[in-house]
Design a protein around this ligand. Structure first.
Ligand SMILES: *Cc1c(COP(=O)(O)O)cnc(C)c1O
Length: 344
């Protein structure tokens, strides 16, 4: 086995604890899990395994390829494909146990003839995917075997009147559709209150340590820790420059460690001069530009650190988001393929 000098330490207990907190906020709704984009880059199979053991029964992916990667799931687990069934998805959808989330009249027409159960997305104002209220009113969904009727909130992470407007629009639409279950809330939507829970919630980001709204702060635990190895130590003197374009110029002598991580791994350039690494009980700063595969940190307080030592970058999602200007979602989904993913 080749040694991988980059690793994600993934906290399974924190993942389950986050799911349980979210499940408890849904006003009696079942709590599912969005595991699209390979479980927000943590690894969908490992996420599903742990959440399923905790009692989660409803999972959401984006594509049939993602559904196929989870094909060996236990039979009592439900899997929905959010992008529905497109013109070239027929064969994959036929062989899959997953249900499409039908998003348009074209998708409804395509699926209707199969006679199989489906989920349906209705649009209540995000104008992204979903069937329009007028198409619902004109009977487009009649005769479908709808397992879950869902809609998606556009601004649940903000305090705006459109949240309640979407909730009402969804409840109105749902009263005229035969569906076994109703689902509206993502992570932020769950935080808006139990009125938003309906029968099933669909959290993603908060499962993985994202804090979408203040209500979740202090309850959601960090799941992902990012660790890189020191490739080289060096000392710089006053006037020396570090990294591309010399954005860091030393004002005095500094001890520097060069880490084996960069923007190709998802440690993006927004962390240049703003990111931090955990050393001892505190944090030390990233200095200069993040490059493709390397990042410099200043370790004045810890000169004993040496080549090959592991260093944890500060990847607490709300903090790292503020440091980098990236969203908590981008911070996770950017994490690349060079990491070893270690669950503890
Ligand atoms: C991604 C997604 C979710 C999960 O959203 P989070 O904001 O990550 O909680 C829920 N529903 C739909 C339709 C999605 O696309």
């Amino acid at each position: 086995m080749v040694h991988l000098p980059l690793r994600l330490i993934l906290d399974g207990d924190a993942l389950v604890s986050n799911w349980k907190w979210l499940a408890g906020r849904g006003g009696g709704a079942a709590c599912g899990a969005a595991v699209k984009a390979d479980g927000y880059a943590l690894g969908a199979r490992e996420v599903v395994k742990r959440l399923q053991q905790a009692g989660c029964r409803d999972f959401f992916v984006t594509t049939w390829a993602e559904a196929e990667a989870l094909a060996s799931l236990p039979q009592d687990v439900s899997l929905s494909v959010l992008h529905g069934v497109g013109p070239r998805d027929g064969p994959a959808a036929q062989r899959s146990r997953a249900r499409p989330v039908l998003n348009s009249p074209e998708q409804v027409a395509r699926w209707r003839e199969t006679g199989r159960p489906c989920d349906v997305m209705v649009d209540t104002g995000i104008n992204r995917l979903g069937i329009s209220p007028s198409d619902v009113a004109s009977g487009l969904l009649e005769g479908l075997r709808i397992e879950t009727l869902m809609s998606h909130l556009a601004s649940a992470d903000e305090d705006v009147p459109t949240n309640e407007a979407q909730r009402r629009a969804f409840a109105d639409l749902a009263s005229g559709v035969a569906a076994r279950r109703l689902s509206l809330a993502n992570s932020a939507g769950i935080c808006l209150g139990s009125d938003f829970g309906f029968d099933l919630t669909r959290p993603g980001i908060a499962l993985y340590g994202g804090v979408p709204r203040p209500e979740a702060a202090g309850h959601i635990r960090q799941v992902v820790r990012v660790e890189a190895e020191i490739v080289q130590r060096r000392r710089v003197e006053a006037g020396d420059r570090v990294g591309y374009n010399a954005t860091f110029v030393a004002e005095c002598r500094h001890e520097i460690a060069i880490l084996n991580i960069g923007y190709a791994d998802g440690y993006l350039r927004g962390f240049s001069g703003t990111g931090r690494a955990r050393v001892g009980d505190g944090f030390v700063p990233v200095v200069g530009r993040v490059s493709m595969d390397l990042t410099a940190i200043c370790i004045d307080g810890a000169p004993e650190l040496a080549e090959g030592d592991w260093i944890e970058l500060d990847y607490d999602l709300p903090t790292a988001s503020a440091q980098s200007g990236l969203s908590q979602y981008e911070l996770l989904t950017a994490l690349g393929s060079r990491f070893e993913r270690i669950w503890k």
